[in-house]
Structure formats: C-alpha cells, structure tokens
Design a binder for this molecule. Structure first.
Ligand code: FDA
Length: 583
C-alpha cells in the first residue's frame, strides 16, 4: 500500500499541545492532519488545574461550556490541606487557586472565565472531539518515525502501529507536540538547558470513597507529610482528587538514584492506606506508573518549518499546574500565525515571533515549578524534621508545635510563614495571566514597561502595554455584559477606541481591505453598540479616549496609541504591516 499524503500542517501528538493546536487550526479553517502514537487520548488523569488564561482560550474556541460541564468547579478546588494523613493530624490549610476571599476579587476582576479542575482524561476527548468535528484529520495508532526538511516543506515518515506499514506525509509546516520525550525536538536539534529526571515520582490512580475525610475541606490537593515524603516526588506526598470524592491519584516519590520500584497492587494499596491513614477503606487500584521530574527547557522552539510546543520544549514537575495550560497557550500563540502565513496575509517571519514570545514563558514555568518543590523544604524546616526519616522523631516534632513553649511558638510562626510561601505555587496569578510578549509581532508605543506594584508572580497587573494580554473588563451590549475578551479573538484583529477616537474606527475598514485581513473596530461609549458599563475600560485602557488599543487574534495587545494622530489609516497600516511581517 502506498499513499501520497499532503497537508498544510502536520501535528505530531494529540495531548494538550497537539490537541490544542488542532482545535485552533480547525477553528481557523486551516487544513491540517494529526498523527498520534496511541489508540486514543490520555489514559491517566495527569493535568487537571486549568487556569483562567486557558479557559479564556477555550472560551474563544467555543468549548468553555463543555469543559465546565465536566470539570470540578472553582469553589470546590481550594481548601488545600497539609496533614500527616487524611485521617490524621491537620498541620495547616492554604486557600488556593484564588479561593481566598482576599484573592477571589483579583481572579474575578481579571478574567471572564473561572479556573476549574478537569483531569486530562476528560479534557483531551473534548478538545480532540471538537477538533475532529471541525475538520481535523486525526490518525491514531500512528507513530512519528523521522523527518526531512527542504526549502518547500517537510517530509515526515510515520508508522501505522496496527499494520506496521510506514509511509510519508508531506507538510508545509510541522508541529512537534510529542511530549516530554520528544523525538521531533531531538531530530531537529532544538537546544535545551537543564536536566531531565532530577527526581522520581510514581502515580497511583485509585477508586475509594473518601468523602468522610474531605467533604468538609473540599480541595483538589491534600498534601501528606510522612516518612519518605521528601524523597523524590514533588515536595510531599500528594492525594489528588480526580472526581469528587471517590476517584483519586496519589503522587509519591522514590529515589531516582536507585533501581525503580516495582509498584504492584499490594504496594500501591499500602501507600494509599498510609496516606489516607485508614487501612479499612476499600481501595481499587486503577493504574500505577513511574515518571521523572524534569528541569529542562528549550531555548529555541523553531527549526525551519518545524515548531515544537508543550512538554516537548518545557519539561517540569506538575507543581503550579502549568504544564497542560502552557501547552495549550503555546498552541494558541502559534495557530493564528500559521493561519495568516498560509493564507498569504502575513510574511513568513511572523512565525519567528512564536519562538520569541513563548521561549521566555517556557523557561519561567520550568524554573517556577521546580522552585515550588524546593519551597516545601520550609515546612520541613519549620517542623524541625528536615533530614529525618524516623517516624517517631517526625511524630514527636510535629506534635511539639502544640505545646506551650517559646520553641513551639517559634515553630508555629515559622510554619505559618512556610505555608504562606506556598502561595507561589497555589496562588501565582501573575505567572498564570501576566505574560507580556516582546517580539517583532508587537509594535512598541515608546512607553517603558509598566512597573509591578505588587509581587509579579502572585498578582496579575492589567495593562494595555504592547505585548501584554488584553485586560478583561465587562462592557455592555443591549444591557448585557460582554467581556473585552469576547470581542477579541476569533482569528481577527480588533481595535478599541472611545467616541472621541471614532476616526480610528472609521479608518479600520479601508486598512483591513488593503491588507486583506479582518479587523473589527469597537467604539466604546454611551449611545454606541458597546458601552463602558462600569467605566472599567476607561480605568484600564491607559490611553486617552481618542487613543486606541489594537489587539491581535490571540488577545495580546499589538500596539496602542495614546491619542489622536493626523492620519490614523496610515498609522494602522504601518503597524499591522509590521506585526504581520509584510515587509
Ligand atoms: P503529552 O505528553 O500530554 O502528549 C504527547 C502526545 O504525543 C501524546 O498524544 C502522545 O501519544 C504523542 N506522541 C508521543 N510520541 C509520539 C510519536 N513518536 N509519534 C506520534 N505521537 C507521539 N499540567 C497542568 O497544566 N495542570 C496540572 O494540574 C497538571 N498536573 C499534572 C499532574 C501530574 C501527576 C502530571 C504527571 C502532570 C501534570 N501536568 C499538569 C502536566 C501535563 O500533564 C503536561 O504538561 C501535558 O500533558 C503536556 O502536554 P503535551 O501535549 O505537550 O504532551
């Protein structure tokens, strides 16, 4: 059997990155194919925390409601417990993922979308299902074998894992979204910094009704401090909710310098019972697997016509819940650029901005996730149990914090500070939403980057500074609320201005027509289609009413003008030509 398959974009992998890019390309009408190694989507829950930026992307791609329908909602996510076992001593609680009343406002103000918890096993079929229904041609059981690039395209060799048959697919561009052991990234020689397999972790997926131990403190994460909890792993033993409250995943560490443990059902059940703290709870083990914690990121994501994304280019532990989120955000960044280039609306150089914009994000999240593991050390220090594995010593020291002595008071204060440090893992809103891009696809407006007035990792700082994510505010249309993010996206550029800036809006149709692209103009003000319901747009826009904010299809600001200019059409033409590398 010989085949002569051609496609504009060949996507390798159907995880959050590959599925995400397929969905975005399908939504934008870009012809593409997906090949993926296994017969279906992820078979273990893995990623689950789905942050607001990802939910905004799902909102733009029209799947937010489907995701929410299968997710555990925001309000059940956040009473994160630190304990000696689920049935044992509670050492402390941290309100996470923006559920602290003092943080809830930051999250609610920042986005039209709320974060949620959806295991990868539930998310991937939604993403892939919608991609397929919109035109993605997806080949399961199809393994990437190798590729050769030339000036016009890429020839990719794949192997059908059912028949063993090898064949070639010819593509104009290739997306390598083949995960943390990416062959594509290796084959095209992407440069990496860091180290793989710095620690060992095991996943144990199991069913057990633990309602009685958790319902009164609902959370997606329960952290368990037991002997061995600091060996390998992700900081402490973790009991993670998959489905409330009868399906769970335990992450437990092992010493990666030793031979890997053989985790049979007996060992898995014993670990579950230890962490639950009750060996009478009936447990059914669904699966076990071993994986390595990585601290590695690519310093370049592009090699000619091949682009890599997701775990293929940023490899890190699950701390902060950033892996799948960042993979989907990589996909969203690249998809519109491929669409514009393939349509002839942008120069090839636009694709370089993918690399420029996403490599700093990849590095940031790899370092952040690894630092979050190190920061668990402060809890061990506070309790005075660093370095000990003796259960009796641990029990005594942990219990000591309840006594009325100056040492115990110091221990309590230190523990409080150690738990507060975990905000950098569980309430890092700035890391999740605060990405500001610098690239040739962003046109500076001559103003310096706005300073961070609060901690840049913990707090999101809305700004329309070119390169930043468009701030969300609720505008009004026919009396109903509509987010600035609902007006952006959909593969189009858009421009926001005020009544005094109507000349910008008037210039848009001709500029869009000249460039052969879609640009939508919104004049925000009384008596117009969109009104500034709460005057919030006036507060965040950082330009005068007669200025404008030009937004890219991925809801990042392309450019802004502080006020009126003599020839808005010429100015918009210049800016859009620059963003689109139209030479
Ligand atoms: P991923 O590995 O998911 O997918 C790779 C794809 O490539 C698969 O479809 C595979 O079949 C395919 N493939 C591989 N080799 C191939 C070949 N040779 N040919 C063809 N196809 C090939 N993240 C997050 O955002 N929030 C969270 O809460 C968590 N939590 C979490 C918990 C635990 C325990 C783990 C282990 C991980 C997380 N993560 C996370 C991280 C998250 O799971 C991870 O970052 C994403 O799955 C990465 O998505 P990718 O699509 O890049 O790779």
């Amino acid at each position: 059997m010989s085949e002569d398959l051609q496609t504009d974009v060949l996507v390798i992998g159907s995880g959050p990155a590959g599925g995400g890019v397929a969905l975005a390309l399908a939504t934008l009408g870009v012809e593409h194919m997906v090949v993926t190694k296994y017969s279906w989507t992820a078979n273990t829950p893995r990623a689950h925390i789905t942050n607001q930026r990802t939910m905004e992307i799902f909102r733009d791609l029209g799947i937010e409601d489907d995701v929410l329908a299968q997710a555990t909602p925001h309000d059940l996510m956040g009473d994160t417990v630190f304990c000696t076992s689920l049935a044992g001593d509670e050492i402390g609680r941290v309100r996470t993922w923006g559920t602290h009343p003092a943080r809830e406002a930051d999250y609610t103000l920042a986005s039209p979308s709320s974060n949620c918890d959806i295991p990868q096993t539930f998310l991937e079929p939604i993403v892939i299902g919608h991609a397929a229904s919109r035109g993605s041609r997806i080949r399961f059981d199809t393994e990437y074998v190798g590729l050769v690039q030339d000036a016009d395209g890429v020839t990719v060799t794949v192997r059908d894992r059912v028949t063993g048959h090898r064949y070639d697919i010819r593509a104009k561009y290739v997306v390598g979204a083949d995960g943390g052991r990416s062959m594509v990234a290796a084959d095209v020689g992407l440069p990496f910094e860091g180290q793989m397999d710095v620690a060992g972790s095991m996943n144990i997926v199991f069913q057990a009704d633990l309602s009685h131990l958790v319902e009164h403190r609902p959370s997606v994460l329960y952290w368990v401090l037991q002997p061995g909890a600091d060996i390998g792993g992700i900081g402490l033993g973790l009991v993670r909710m998959v489905r409330p409250w009868n399906e769970w995943l335990i992450v437990w560490g092992y010493d990666i310098t030793q031979p890997p443990p053989e985790v049979d059902d007996e060992m898995a059940i014993s670990i579950v019972h230890e962490l639950v703290g009750d060996d009478t709870v009936p447990v059914t083990i669904r699966s076990t697997s071993l994986w390595g914690n990585n601290k590695m990121y690519a310093t370049r994501y592009r090699a000619g016509r091949v682009f890599c994304m997701g775990d293929a280019v940023h490899r890190h532990p699950p701390s902060n819940g950033l892996g799948s989120n960042t993979s989907i955000q990589d996909a969203y960044n690249l998809a519109w650029k491929l669409a514009y280039v393939l349509r002839g609306s942008a120069g090839e150089a636009l694709l370089d901005s993918y690399d420029a914009e996403r490599t700093p994000v990849g590095k940031q999240i790899v370092l952040r996730a690894n630092k979050s593991i190190e920061e668990f050390g402060a809890i061990f220090d506070a309790l005075g149990i660093t370095g000990t594995d003796d259960p009796e010593v641990m029990r005594r020291h942990i219990a000591a914090r309840a006594t009325n002595t100056p040492e115990a008071a110091r221990q309590r204060a230190q523990l409080r500070a150690a738990l507060e440090l975990k905000d950098y893992e569980f309430n890092a809103h700035g890391v999740e939403l605060g990405q500001r891009y610098t690239s040739a696809a962003v046109v500076p407006d001559g103003t310096p980057e706005p300073e961070y007035t609060r901690d840049a990792e913990l707090y999101y700082h809305p700004t329309t500074w070119p390169g930043a994510r468009l701030p969300h505010v609720w505008l009004g249309r026919d009396g109903r609320r509509v987010s600035t993010h609902d007006l952006a996206g959909k593969g189009r550029f858009c421009l926001f201005t005020g009544i005094a800036g109507e000349q910008w809006a008037e210039a848009v149709p001709k500029v869009a027509d000249d460039l052969g692209i879609e640009v939508v103009a919104y004049v925000v003000g009384p008596g117009r289609e969109y009104i500034d319901l709460y005057e919030d747009w006036a507060r965040v826009r950082e330009v005068e009413e007669d200025g404008c904010v030009l937004v890219r299809p991925d809801a990042h600001v392309a450019w802004r003008s502080a006020g009126r200019v003599d020839d808005p059409a010429a100015e918009l033409h210049r800016v859009l030509s620059t963003v689109l590398a139209r030479g």
